[in-house]
Structure formats: C-alpha cells, structure tokens
Design a protein around this ligand. Structure first.
Ligand code: SF4
Ligand code: SF4
Ligand code: SF4
Ligand code: FES
Length: 322
C-alpha cells in the first residue's frame, strides 16, 4: 500500500494508522490521548490531519492508512482545529505550570524550590538554591519590594507566605555550609505556556487553609511535570497564552491522591484521555458521563497500578514523586 503524507510517498503496512506511518517517515504529528504500543481510544482530537481526497479531517491516531490516500498534516484549518482542541482541554485544567512567585522574581530565584527544602528541613539544599543567584549572606530580597509575596497564591487563601523573612532566616544560617556547585539557574522562558487557575472557590480556600500546613504555609504551586508535559508543549507551540474558553473545572485545585509507591494522581490536571484506564487492569476507571466524566482510582484498585503509567500520562496528572 502506498500513501502520500505532505507530498512524501510512503509504504503503509496492513493495519497501520496514518500517525504511525507519519512518525515512521519522520513527519511529526502531535498527540495527547495516544501512546506508542499502548491501548488507546481517540478523544483529544489533537492529532487531526486532512484527507485531501475528500476534504475530511481525521484523527490520525485511529484512522487506518489506506492505499492511495493523500494526507496533509499541517495547514491553517488543521491548526485551527488543533488549537481549539487544546483550548478545550485547558479550559478544564486547574493547575499552575510554574509557581507565580518564581515568575515574579527579578533575580530568577527558584523561590518555590527554596521553600520546598525549607519545609522539609533540608536547609543545605535550600541555601544551595539561594547561592545560585545570591552571594550569601547578602540577598537581594532585603532591598526588593517583594513581587513574589504580592503574587503569592497563599494570599488568595489567607495571608501570603512570608518569603522575604524566610529568605533572610536561611541566609543567616551561615553555619550550614553550601556544599558543591550551586544549582544551575533556570532561565525563564517567557514564550512558554503557563496554566492559570482562576479564583479559588470558598470551599477550596477552606480546604487549602487547613490542609496546607507546611512550616512556610507554601502551597507549592509549581507542577512536577512542567518540563515534559505534552499539553504545555503543544499549547506553547500553538502560541496559546490564555485559553479562549476561560477555566471552569469543577475539580478542586491541588487535591493529590497517593496511588501507591512513588505514584501520585492529581485529578484537576487530568484530561480524561483514558490512557491510564485502558492500560491498567482493574486500576483507573471512568466515573460519570459527558462533561461530568472523571477518571478515578478506587481504593481497592490502588495496589494493581504500576508506576510505569506515569510515563503514559500526557500531563502532570499522574506523576512520580520521591
Ligand atoms: S523578595 Fe527575593 S525572592 Fe522575592 S522577588 Fe524579591 S528577590 Fe525574588
Ligand atoms: S504558595 Fe508558595 S509556591 Fe505558591 S506562590 Fe506562594 S510562595 Fe510561591
Ligand atoms: S499538567 Fe502540564 S499544563 Fe498542567 S500545570 Fe502541569 S505542566 Fe502545566
Ligand atoms: S491522539 Fe488522536 S485523538 Fe487524541
């Protein structure tokens, strides 16, 4: 069988999908609800391509390559459709890619990272992150107006985290040596998509007030998957800054469920692609229908689920945390 993809002629094998042929010949097609060699059902519509012969748009992850087919993978119509699909997924996605305090810091300090180690009592690592941008014990925070505190999400719940005071406390711990080379400073990439969560509901505010009880009171807003999340990468590629349809998820921000071992699940980041459902036996499952449908993990099924599933998840909904 022979098909043409973006005017490149390619041999297609019996039972191969358009996406498989395209990837085999080096033509990239984005996808979210598909993963190579895994069970899947089309739902995200991010992998759409055009059948030039009849003008139809098709999900390439589940449409078989047929003899004589002529396919286009990129044009204005396809990009518009892909963008719409991504924006629909993002409108139901309540999470921060980056912590707002980190974005706000003019010194490029990994504020959330410092607070993470501070909360764990690992002052050496916290000071090491600070030493990557400051000449300790001198810190720019003392003279800074503190945009990190003004934007801190905890301020939407009750009071912002006392970031400047915590940085000073850590800077004063001169007896705790900074061992090894300070971490590389991550340069902020302003072109990257940053998920916005909208306002907290009164219920969420109450929940966050009582459940986020770390010493610093930091919510630890940043997403573990921010460096390899497909949703973020594709939204960046499509130039999406703010989802056209707003953010209206009914799923609460930052509810994290421990699945087993090092595996965690955060439903508000789930795009319901089903990859974890179709690839775990008696593990994850769908609950409800239509817009209210959710992916859930029943208590009695947690032990059946393998950590490998985190590799299938296209977002930070399923992730490994040490
Ligand atoms: S107070 Fe410190 S951490 Fe906050 S924005 Fe200023 S320099 Fe950055
Ligand atoms: S809650 Fe923590 S991570 Fe979030 S903005 Fe405030 S200081 Fe930063
Ligand atoms: S799952 Fe992806 S898009 Fe969502 S917060 Fe994490 S990095 Fe951002
Ligand atoms: S990857 Fe094809 S529909 Fe999601």
């Amino acid at each position: 069988m022979e098909i043409t993809i973006n005017k490149i002629k390619a041999e297609a094998h019996e039972g191969e999908t358009i996406l498989e042929v395209a990837h085999r010949i080096g033509v990239e097609i984005p996808y979210m609800c598909y993963a190579p060699a895994a069970q899947h059902k089309p739902s995200c519509m991010v992998c759409m391509v055009k059948n030039v012969g009849n003008g139809q748009l098709l999900p390439s992850c589940s449409s078989l390559a047929l003899d004589g087919m002529e396919i286009e993978t990129d044009n204005d119509e396809i990009r518009e459709m892909r963008q719409m699909s991504l924006e629909l997924l993002l409108s139901d996605h309540r999470a921060d890619c980056e912590a707002p305090c980190v974005i706000a810091c003019p010194q490029n300090l990994n504020v959330e990272g410092v607070l993470y180690y501070y909360d764990k009592g690992d002052f050496q690592k916290a000071r090491k992150l600070m030493a990557a941008v400051f000449d300790l014990p001198t810190i720019a925070c003392d003279e800074c107006k503190g945009p990190c505190e003004k934007i801190c999400r905890r301020g939407m719940v009750d009071e912002h985290v006392e970031i400047k005071a915590i940085m000073r406390e850590l800077a004063n711990m001169e007896e705790i040596e900074v061992v090894g080379k300070p971490a590389d400073v991550e340069v902020k990439d302003k072109s990257k998509f940053v998920s916005k969560i909208g306002r907290f509901s009164p219920k969420e505010q109450e929940w966050l007030k009582v459940s986020i009880d770390a010493k610093s009171r930091c919510i630890h807003c940043a997403c573990v998957a921010r460096h390899d999340c497909k949703l973020r990468a594709y939204a960046t590629n499509e130039g999406i800054k703010t989802p056209r349809f707003g953010v209206s998820s009914s799923l609460p921000f930052k509810i994290k469920q421990h699945v087993n071992g090092r595996l965690w699940f955060e439903p508000a980041k789930c795009i319901r692609c089903g990859l974890c459902v179709y690839n775990s036996q008696d593990g994850f499952t769908f609950k409800g229908r239509g817009f209210d449908m959710q992916v859930v993990i029943p208590d009695e099924s947690r032990s059946h689920v393998s950590e490998e599933l985190a590799n299938l998840c296209p977002t930070g909904a399923l992730y490994i945390y040490e």
